[in-house]
Ligand binder design. Sequence first.
Ligand code: DUC
Ligand code: ZN
Ligand code: ZN
Length: 485
Amino acid sequence: MSILIKGGTIVTADQTFRGDVYCQDGVIKAIGVNLETPAKTEVIDAGGQYVMPGGIDPHTHMELPFMGTVASEDFFSGTTAGAAGGTTMIIDFVIPSPKESILDAYQKWRGWAEKAATDYSFHVAVTWWDDSVHKDMGTLVKEYGVNSFKHFMAYKGAIMCDDEVLVKSFTRARELGAIATVHAENGELVAHLQKQIFEQGITGPEGHPLSRPPSVEGEAAERAIRIAQVLDVPLYIVHNSVKESLNAIGRARAEGQRVFGEVLAGHLLVNDSVYRHPDFEYAAAHVMSPPFRDAENQKALWKGLQCGTLHTTATDHCCFCAPQKAAGKDDFRKIPNGTGGIEDRMGVLWHHGVNPGKLTMNEFVAVTSANAAKIFNIYPKKGSISVGADADIVVWDAQKTRTISAKTHHQKVDFNIFEGMEVKGANTVTISQGKVVYKNGELRTIKGAGRYINRPPFASYYDALKLKREVEKPTAVKRTGKKAA
Ligand code: DUC
Ligand code: ZN
Ligand code: ZN
């Protein structure tokens, strides 16, 4: 099966040029001007359009069991919705329950993900600690292609890591050549504030952001960064939503630390006023953590993306329908946390990023695919248009307009946080593994066609660390036993 994408303008993270792209057996075989069309090749006319790497959403939670329910979007419906919007790979999360073997949890998630329509990979969360976790982290890196471990600094009494677990897991990640990732919110403070606010009689969704003010996130981001600094492990902070986190990342990077920042499309574009909406269903549909923030923080997030403090865009796609959200009708603490977005991330980022000139097209590619591929060590197989790369490609019409709505989206959820937003710029064709999975409104995804993508450890980084440690071995001071004069 082969495809020739003809006459488009190829846009990668670092180049824009005219050319045809020939894909065969799932990979890009040739790039050039006026390529010949081999027999039995499907030709896609990309005249007047851009040809870019398919999006990578590095933060999703398909069919996640969470807060007493299960996320409504499964791996097939979620990756299909992604394909409809130009995303061709997700990195989802294995989240073991405390005391559950992390290897067993990993196998369970692998089973669920077998129905995925496009490629996927997994970060594995460390939610507790003992010798088996230490050992299983090694097995996951060496045998199962996992190179990132997630730590929830919030959700006390459930999946939260205390500092002891962070230190142990970060140390192990460094040993293995893996990257540590964190959900940065001080869970102790969240629990304290939630109780206080609830006892003051604020029981509705407006209590959600009040219990998670910016300092709660900023403190945790700074703490995770400092722990990573001491342990010399690279760190990726998911869903940064406030200036405090950006300042911490910026400071650390200026001092030479390898810290990477992610921002969600929702945090860039949805304002915290949603939580004060009089309709419970509407307000609860926006409950996610960290919460949506005020305009000043939103502005700072765009600047973070522009100046390079933030590297990737994601969605934290974690869908709950109205009956599920209703669990928190009388207590905002019980509203399942999560919102969707995988289908719209590329479109809203283009419309609000590229159209007004906040991002160049190349920066758009960097923050929607290439940077994630680089940080998680699958570049240039993913996130690039180059010979040998996987043929995960979008053909993008910068003139095409559409209005986002839950009535028309493909996401398996009854709400859309971007409802009514008109966006200009959209994919006309999505190609996954060299096959058309979406074309002009028609979906052609196949259940189970997605492949698990191994992500190798950062071996050279680890080797360099070992070397550095050998060179810089600390020397003990010899004591004479005599008193100083
Ligand atoms: N935040 C959410 O809103 N949902 C899932 C997990 C998370 O960290
Ligand atoms: Zn999170
Ligand atoms: Zn998440």
